[in-house]
Every structure is written in structure tokens, then in C-alpha cells.
Write a protein that binds this ligand. Structure first.
Ligand code: KIV
Length: 271
């Protein structure tokens, strides 16, 4: 009898085949065990431990402050909750841009200590050697182009990227380069839908869009945004499936009332 579980795990190869079969890929973020368990049970193909943890878990304004140790901790928590999905973890700002050796060291830590199945890094041509080094070590790499939040101070704004020809052409050539380097997928963030379509058609690895229209091979959203926990954030691309902020604050205020009025705990809830 096999000791392996019956659940068919999603791999980078599964994602490549899904693009070939024209089956859309689903990805959501998670940063902790309990959420990862629910997201995996919901049937998502891939779970991203995004450095958006810096925003939604830690309350920072940008993704820049989160450290590799903190991302490894979040990844360890997520991995323990996942049975099926492909677990992809972001390498945070400053852990791969300076040189390829440092990039490989960071990626190895994320795989070895975090238990990730793959890593994601932001950028194209500028980080070519780092991507080459990580891929050559046998670590699956997901690219990230378009609005790359780790470069926010260079962009100066979170507005749609690559509306002008020069940036659009660079994005297409970066997509081709990332494919050549052996990346298994590319996240395309906040770019015109027509450009994302062109990018997706120009490479054989899957594109996973966020604010990049419906012609990407898959979609990703930040979990806290899609379940409506993050009230102040309402970009055009976001679809909210729940209003958990209201649900949770409502439940908490009911609990406060129940305790204050000595309604909770009642006899049935006592020993
Ligand atoms: O950090 C993150 O959550 C991401 C997604 C928005 C793609 O990179």
C-alpha cells in the first residue's frame, strides 16, 4: 500500500500544462497556517506567500521593510496548512538584487528553511544573472513584471504601468527573457489588458495577472482584499467576495455587548 497521500499535488509542470490546455490558473496569497488550510481546501492551484505580508500582516505602507527571516516564518506556517496547492514564496526587497550569489543564498534559505516549492522575484533584464543562478540550482522561479511594488520609490506611484510604448516593449522582451532563463510562470501586475494579452501570447510559460485583464493564463489576488478585510483598498481590478471587515467587527461588538451584559457565558457554556 502506498504511503503517499491520494491528493494530486499541483506542480510547476501542472501549471504549464494548464496553459497548454487553456485551463485558467488560480492563485491567492496566504501568510498563516489557518488561512492556507482554507485557501487550499477551496481548491486554489497555487498559494503565494507575498511580501504583501508587509502591508496586510505587519501594517507597513510598502513591501520594503519585511525581512527574509519574516518571510521564511510566514512560509513555514503556510506550508504546514497546504496539501494540494503549489506554494510560491516572495524573496523580499534587498535579498536578491545586489548579486547572484546573495540571490541564490536567499532562495536556498527560502526552500530549505521555509519549505516553499518555488520562489518569486521582481524584475527582468536587471536581475538576469540572479534568476539564472537560482534556476541553475534547481529552484523554480516565478517572475514578476509590470507594477513591481519593491520599486515603488522609483515609480513614485501605484498607477498602471507600461502604458507608453518603450515600457511596454521592455515588458515583452523581459517576458521572453524570463522564459528563456527557465522561469516557470510570470506575474503581470497592473498593466493594460491588451499588453497582458500580447505578453501571454508571446511566451509558452503561464502569465498570472493582477489588474492585467482576462487574457492572462491565470489570476492572483491578495486574500485579505478578496475577502474584504482590507477596507481602505479598492482598486478597479479588485473583486470582493465577502465583507469580512463588517462581519468581524460586528461579531466582536456583539461579543463585547454579551460579556458586558453578563449574557456570555450562560449556564450551557459553563462547567
Ligand atoms: O506580494 C504579493 O502579494 C504579490 C501579489 C500582489 C502578486 O506579489
Amino acid at each position: 500500500m502506498s504511503v503517499h497521500s491520494e491528493i494530486k499535488k499541483i506542480t510547476t509542470e501542472t501549471l504549464r500544462k494548464m496553459k497548454f490546455d487553456k485551463e485558467k490558473i488560480t492563485m491567492l496569497t496566504a501568510y498563516d497556517f489557518t488561512t492556507a488550510k482554507m485557501v487550499d481546501a477551496g481548491g486554489v492551484d497555487s498559494i503565494l506567500i507575498g511580501d504583501s505580508a508587509a502591508n496586510v500582516m505587519a501594517g507597513f505602507e510598502t513591501t520594503l521593510p519585511i525581512t527574509l527571516d519574516q518571510m521564511i516564518y510566514h512560509t513555514q506556517c503556510v506550508v504546514r496548512g497546504v496539501e494540494r496547492a503549489l506554494v510560491v514564496a516572495d524573496l523580499p526587497f534587498g535579498t536578491y538584487q545586489s548579486n547572484p550569489e546573495k540571490a541564490l543564498e536567499s532562495a536556498v534559505r527560502m526552500m530549505k528553511e521555509g519549505g516553499a516549492h518555488a520562489i518569486k522575484i521582481e524584475g527582468g533584464k536587471e536581475i538576469e544573472e540572479s534568476i539564472r543562478k537560482i534556476v541553475n540550482a534547481g529552484i523554480p522561479v516565478c517572475g514578476h513584471l509590470g507594477l513591481t511594488p519593491q520599486s515603488i520609490y522609483q515609480f513614485g506611484t501605484y498607477k498602471v504601468r507600461a502604458k507608453e510604448d518603450a515600457e511596454a516593449e521592455k515588458l515583452i522582451s523581459d517576458c521572453k527573457l524570463l522564459e528563456e532563463l527557465g522561469c516557470f510562470a510570470i506575474v503581470l501586475e497592473k498593466i493594460p489588458a491588451s499588453l497582458a494579452k500580447r505578453a501571454s501570447e508571446s511566451i509558452s510559460i503561464p502569465t498570472i495577472g493582477i489588474g492585467a485583464g482576462q487574457d492572462c493564463d491565470g489570476q492572483v489576488l491578495v486574500y485579505h482584499d478578496m475577502v474584504g478585510m482590507n477596507q481602505g483598498f479598492s482598486p478597479k481590478f479588485l473583486r470582493r467576495y465577502l465583507d469580512l471587515y463588517s462581519e468581524i467587527t460586528g461579531a466582536v461588538s456583539q461579543y463585547v455587548k454579551d460579556v458586558k451584559s453578563a449574557d456570555f457565558p450562560n449556564d450551557k457554556e459553563s462547567y
